[in-house]
Design a binder for this molecule. Structure first.
Ligand SMILES: O=C(O)[C@H](O)[C@@H](O)[C@H](O)[C@H](O)COP(=O)(O)O
Ligand code: SF4
Length: 588
């Protein structure tokens, strides 16, 4: 085991000792209970089974057949989730063949960040994660289940399902992916058309044509953003069938993998050969494996928030210093857009998540752990080829793209922040320039369209944190900032908001904590202040005289509270949200 990985794991386990012990005690008390048929009232059972066909009622009542919950995030709005419409029938059919039953225990909402990007709806996005977690708990609260199949792929949906399922840690759970769409217009070509449009060089019709050629059918979008990072992290945690993530929705193997997921939940159930409740599987080592996989692939910055919340749901406490320390030892093995030209289909063809696991396990950078698959992570990793299928996409640990991971911690006078370095050109890892403060992304884009930004600048967008407006992704800024960068200006973004997992090539210090609304230093920044983002040194500073800095009165937050688009319904989420570094949890 690599010394840094061992040290960080030990520190996390020690820090989490009491909370993890309390979590496991709760899990064991749930396991100690009698079967639902004894433990629950007759009316409860009758209600639970009322809609089942007669034969299945008998299976459950008389034969005590295993009954599995399906928690589904199906809707037609996420291309990645649209295939799920057919999954319950498929799983029901497979369960009947195994003498088991399945019930759709509940559906959870799923927001497509691509649809809401740049719109007020994006201010519900982060908190939808906790709504999904609550929905998962509501589904599993029917409490007549021997295991769960979790149907979700995208950004906040996998974290939300995982957070909810971990609150039922006594259950064996398996994630059931649906796969990516085939490659259309490449992500780089799509980004180019966006930049031309941002400069007024192509019209809306041409832009729409390009976007539609990129996003063209059912399946996950092909950039390595938050959704596809979710798949890599689920593989690293052993919560999905090995190699299941990136098989296309319409491939013949997809149905086999979905049916096999049902067998797997039965195998790891209490009557199966390898009882593996999710709450025991997800321990400090498992969380560290996810962190390592994120760093080794330059995954989404959103997981520096979501996986803190996931870990906490299993009684495990992690922070950005843990990520940063691991990043110093974990090499960058993958270059998938926005970290390179390739898309997730080329990533899969080059060896995919299993190849990454194989390399990281062999190098002692990942813990060899049990998984939902017989033989654990190692057995899954052995399914990968021994050599990379394309060294422009996947490289071995002995010859990585970079000796350190794709995400870094920044800290200094402006607070603590994170930056994705794997997508930023080498000569942009340090940017020192005058601040330009904007009240909103719209204001910045208007200034860009008016031609007012042709200069070196650090754009500061504040009051975008969890408690301010729900911490939206500000990814619509990427084309404009990219154009400025390509014109030779030294530009960067500093914000207490988020960026998309698909953002990348412009240096961005994001998730700044404490957020401006909570007295964070960003509120003291003025136009013209010299700011410095140094991703090499890991610093984020305002080069302003200390006395002057202290004298300053923090800028006031925007008067109007977020209203419309149902944002009023999330007032208590904003009020209760923990900091980004604490996972922006709204339930603590
Ligand atoms: O974190 C992510 O990966 C993003 O939220 C992603 O899910 C979102 O859809 C982007 O907006 C897609 O990128 P475009 O907006 O560039 O299409
Ligand atoms: S990856 Fe993003 S844009 Fe694509 S379906 Fe998922 S949420 Fe929507």
């Amino acid at each position: 085991m690599h010394a840094v990985v061992a040290r960080v794991t030990a520190r996390i386990a020690e820090r989490s000792r009491d909370s993890r012990a309390a979590y496991l005690a709760g899990l064991d008390s749930m396991l100690a209970r009698a079967a639902p048929q004894e433990r629950m009232g007759c009316a409860n059972l009758a209600h639970a089974y009322a809609a089942l066909p007669g034969a299945e009622k008998i299976k459950l009542m008389a034969e005590r057949a295993p009954n599995l919950a399906i928690v589904t995030a199906y809707n037609d709005m996420l291309s990645a989730h649209q295939p799920y419409h057919a999954y319950p029938a498929l799983l029901r059919d497979e369960a009947a063949r195994c003498g088991a039953t399945v019930q759709v225990a509940g559906g959870v909402p799923a927001m497509c960040d691509g649809v809401t990007q740049g719109t007020p709806g994006m201010e519900l996005s982060l908190f939808s994660r906790d709504v999904i977690a609550m929905g998962t708990a509501i589904a599993l609260a029917h409490d007549v289940f021997d295991g769960a199949l979790l149907l979700g792929v995208c950004d906040k949906i996998v974290p939300g399902l995982l957070i909810g399922a971990l609150h039922y840690g006594h259950l064996p759970c398996v994630f059931v992916p649906a796969g990516p769409m085939r490659s259309g217009l490449s992500n780089r070509e799509k980004a180019k058309v966006r930049e031309l449009h941002a400069q007024g060089l192509v019209g809306r019709a041409e832009l729409l044509q390009a976007e539609s050629a990129a996003y063209h059918s059912p399946g996950t979008c092909t950039f390595y953003g938050t959704a596809n990072s979710n798949q890599m992290l689920l593989e690293a945690m052993g919560l999905v069938l090995p190699g299941a993530a990136f098989v296309h929705p319409d491939a013949p193997e997809r149905e086999q993998l979905t049916r096999a997921a049902l067998h797997t939940v039965l195998d790891i159930g209490r009557r199966g050969a390898r009882f593996t409740p999710i709450g025991r599987l997800v321990d400090a080592r498992c969380i560290v494996n996810a962190m390592v996989a994120l760093l080794a692939t330059g995954g989404s910055t959103n997981h520096l928030i979501h996986w803190v919340a996931v870990a906490r749901s299993a009684g495990i406490v992690i922070d950005w210093t843990d990520f940063d320390e691991l990043s110093s030892a974990v090499p960058l093995l993958a270059r998938v857009y926005p970290n390179g030209e390739a898309d997730v289909n080329q990533f899969q063809a080059a060896g995919g998540p299993l190849w990454v696991l194989r390399e990281l396990l062999a190098a002692g950078l990942m813990h060899e752990l049990p998984s939902v698959h017989p033989g654990g992570l190692a057995a899954g990793a052995r399914m990968a080829a021994t050599a990379s299928g394309d060294e422009t996409v996947l490289r071995p640990v002995r010859q990585p793209f970079a000796p350190t991971g794709g995400l870094r911690l920044l800290q200094g006078k402006l607070g603590r922040a994170v930056i994705k370095v794997s997508a930023v050109p080498e000569d942009r890892l340090v940017v020192q320039a005058p601040a330009r403060v904007f009240a909103s992304q719209e204001e910045l884009l208007a200034a860009f369209s008016a031609g007012g930004l042709r200069e070196d600048m650090v754009a500061v967008l504040r009051f975008q944190g969890p408690r301010a407006n729900g911490m939206p992704e500000l990814h619509k800024l990427t084309p404009a900032l990219s154009v400025l960068q390509e014109q030779g200006h030294r530009v960067a973004l500093v914000t207490d908001g988020r960026m998309s997992g698909a953002s990348g090539k412009v240096p961005a210090a994001i998730h700044v904590t404490p957020e401006a609304l909570e007295g964070g230093p960003l509120a003291r920044v003025r136009d013209g202040d010299l700011l410095r983002i140094d991703a090499r040194a890991g610093t984020l500073d305002a080069l302003v005289d200390a006395a002057e800095w202290q004298r300053r009165t923090p800028a006031p937050p925007p008067e109007a509270l977020p209203r419309g688009f149902g944002r009023e319904l999330f007032t208590h989420f904003r009020r209760n949200a923990a900091s980004a570094e604490q996972g922006a949890c709204t339930w603590l």
